[in-house]
Structures are given as C-alpha cells and as structure tokens.
Design a protein. Structure first.
Length: 171
C-alpha cells in the first residue's frame, strides 16, 4: 500500500530494493502532505491507504471512487460490514466473476463480508485519485452499490433496492 504508483525513470542497473525504496520515498513525499493539507479526516494514514486501496479495485473513475468512498465511509460510521468484493479477490487471488458464495464465507480478517471495519492492511498500492477520494468523498443517501458488467455503477439506499439492482444488472 505504501509503494507509490507513478512513472519512474530508473537506470538499467537499478536493483529491486532500490526501486522499492524509490517508490516508498515517493509515497512519503506525495501522500502525507496531501493528507495534512486536506486535514478533514479522522482516519490514520494507514486507514486512508487501506480504504483507498479498496477504492482502487472497486471503482473505475474519479466520480465513482468518490461516491463509493462516501458509501464505504458511511458504512464504517454506521458499524455496517463493508462487503467489498475486492478484499475477497485479494485473499483468493481470484477475479470477481469467479467468486462463489462459499468464497464469501472464507474466514480471513480480509473478508469484509464477515468482519467489520477495514482489513488489516492495504490490498494494493492506490494512486492519487483513490487517495483523494478518501479525503474528499461524495456524501449521498446511498449505502449500497454494484458495478454492472458494462462498468456502470448502480446505487441503492436500502438493502431491498440493492437486491433489485443485483437481479436487474447482475443476473
């Protein structure tokens, strides 16, 4: 989560440890000042990066990241489960289309269908758009979302409306 995804120009003889150091230093050059400048979150740096890493895999545009960020933050505040497929995909290294109902029962602290709150660590290295989405979420009345196969997002206020979206867009 703390290796900053960016374009790097490195010499051909650069070693893997040197590249990791460069990426980590870039993270600490870019992200903490952004968090301090925004100064509107109660999340720790690790929590920001963890949530951003989920957004990076759950959403596909700045707007969807900001909306999903608002939804996930509202769920955290309400004590709801995040139920983010990306955390299961991370543990199983399995694409969303191959996830089964049994996969959602897997007992791991990364399973946000079973455990409240954020997973114990980031599930990837988020970019600036995802990090900014955590710091500047779009508040909405929604508590649920899904991504249709064509990449469009569908939001719902209630579980019942979410189930209708599942039937309409995923079945």
């Amino acid at each position: 989560g703390f290796l900053f995804p960016d374009t790097y120009f490195v010499p051909p003889d650069f070693t893997a440890p040197e590249l990791l150091t460069l990426m980590r230093e870039q993270f600490y050059t870019v992200v903490p000042p952004l968090v301090q400048k925004t100064n509107n979150t109660s999340y720790s740096l690790t929590e920001i990066v963890t949530l951003a890493s989920i957004l990076e895999r759950e959403a596909n545009s700045e707007e969807s990241m900001r909306l999903v960020s608002g939804i996930l933050q509202a769920r955290l505040e309400d004590g709801m489960l995040l139920q983010a497929d990306a955390t299961i995909e991370y543990v199983l290294d399995k694409p969303l289309q191959e996830l089964t109902a049994a996969d959602l029962e897997r007992d791991t602290p990364y399973n946000t269908y079973l455990y409240q709150g954020l997973p114990p660590t980031p599930i990837g290295n988020p970019g600036l758009t995802a990090i900014r989405a955590v710091l500047s979420p779009i508040e909405s009345p929604y508590l649920f979302y899904l991504t249709a196969p064509d990449g469009t997002f569908h939001y719902a206020r209630t579980y019942e409306a979410h189930m209708e979206n599942i039937q309409k867009y995923l079945q």
